[in-house]
Design a protein around this ligand. Structure first.
Ligand SMILES: NC(=O)c1ccc[n+]([C@@H]2O[C@H](COP(=O)([O-])OP(=O)(O)OC[C@H]3O[C@@H](n4cnc5c(N)ncnc54)[C@H](OP(=O)(O)O)[C@@H]3O)[C@@H](O)[C@H]2O)c1
Length: 312
């Protein structure tokens, strides 16, 4: 584990809060950064309020850091204006401290693929948000190769787990867990390898602490492929019920996007649910090993969380 303080930017988010919890459990000093200070923090953790869009405030927040996890994410409609700004501010502040930036990334830069997505898959974005992610990745790795800051990128497909905002989470696994209609856009019988939020956080911590990991993007390992239908059944299984999936066709999803701004942001990503979408993390696995949580365990943990957290 790198000596010194690990700073988590976006510490109130789904990914950031698990990284904070994991590092605290490992005895690492952590600074949890979000726009508003957090009241109840675990041991070894201090909370700092900072706006990632304000370079001076980011600079103060990362002072003396060994590692800076970039888990901050603007709302979808502000991605284009805010993501590059906050990423630049984080890289600049981390570089000033000789700290390593670990970027929590997605897989949208790969676009429509015909096989598993690996670190060797060419980036070929087919959505505005995919183009932006490709550009952010390039900006981060260029900063690394120019010597501005040490950077490593960890990539994840669709996430699920407590607090996660994704198509698979509240309206699907969470709904099934609470005996409601599980809603899915696209085909629920295609092979997919979604990632449990705890596995994403642990993968990013692994990248943060391996000196030779920097300067590239790594795919973080998932269990072998499953389907959305199998996942939702696991979420409801404790009650032995069969879950009915309400399917929103891709065509309806796209039509909604014409009239509803939030659906518009999602509509351009629907292609992901019309094709098999699986990850091949063999680079990561051969370098660091892999022990992703089996879906039986992670989906049931997520379902339990939804049952005890009502409609969150
Ligand atoms: N969700 C998925 O399925 C998924 C899949 C793969 C990759 N990813 C990527 O993983 C990263 C983290 O995603 P997530 O789902 O964990 O995000 P999230 O739950 O939406 O959390 C976003 C975090 O960003 C913080 N934030 C937003 N604007 C900020 C600002 N101006 N200054 C400081 N903090 C700010 C929020 O804090 P406050 O609002 O409390 O200040 C919050 O802590 C993102 O880049 C995302 O694209 C997500």
């Amino acid at each position: 584990m790198s000596q010194g303080t690990h700073v988590v930017i976006g510490a109130t988010g789904a990914t950031g809060r698990v990284i904070v919890r994991e590092l605290s459990a490992r005895g690492v000093p952590v600074r949890a950064v979000s726009r508003r200070a957090i009241r109840d923090v675990p041991v070894n953790v201090t909370s700092v309020a900072a706006d990632a869009l304000d370079p001076a405030s980011v600079k103060r927040a990362v002072h003396g850091a060994a590692v800076v996890y970039h888990c901050a994410m603007p709302t979808f409609e502000n991605w284009r204006s805010d993501f590059p700004r906050m990423t630049r501010a984080i890289v600049e502040a981390a570089g000033g401290n000789d700290a390593r930036v670990v970027f929590a990334d997605d897989t949208w830069m790969y676009g429509k693929v015909t096989g598993p997505i690996s670190e060797r898959t060419p980036e070929n974005p087919v959505s505005n948000k995919g183009v932006l992610r490709a550009w952010l990745g390039e900006m981060l790795l260029t900063a690394h190769h120019r010597g501005d800051a040490h950077v490593v990128i960890g990539r994840a497909p669709e996430l699920f787990g407590p607090h996660v905002g994704s198509l698979l989470n509240a309206g699907f696994i969470g709904a099934a867990a609470r005996g409601r209609r599980a809603v899915y856009i696209g085909n629920p019988d295609l092979p997919i390898t979604p990632m449990f939020i705890d596995d994403f956080a642990r993968g990013l911590i692994t990248l943060a602490t391996a000196q030779d990991a920097s300067g590239r993007a790594w795919m973080i390992p998932t269990p072998p492929p499953t389907t959305a239908r199998s996942l939702v059944q696991l979420a409801a299984d404790r009650h032995g019920r069969r879950v009915h999936i309400s399917r929103i066709s891709s065509r309806t999803g796209r039509a909604l996007g014409l009239v509803w701004p939030l659906a518009r942001e999602g509509a351009e990503m629907i292609y992901q649910f019309e094709q098999p979408f699986t990850i091949d993390a063999s680079d990561f696995t051969s370098r660091f090993g892999a022990n992703p949580t089996p879906y039986e365990k992670s989906v049931r943990a997520t379902a339990d969380w939804y049952r005890s957290n009502g409609s969150r």
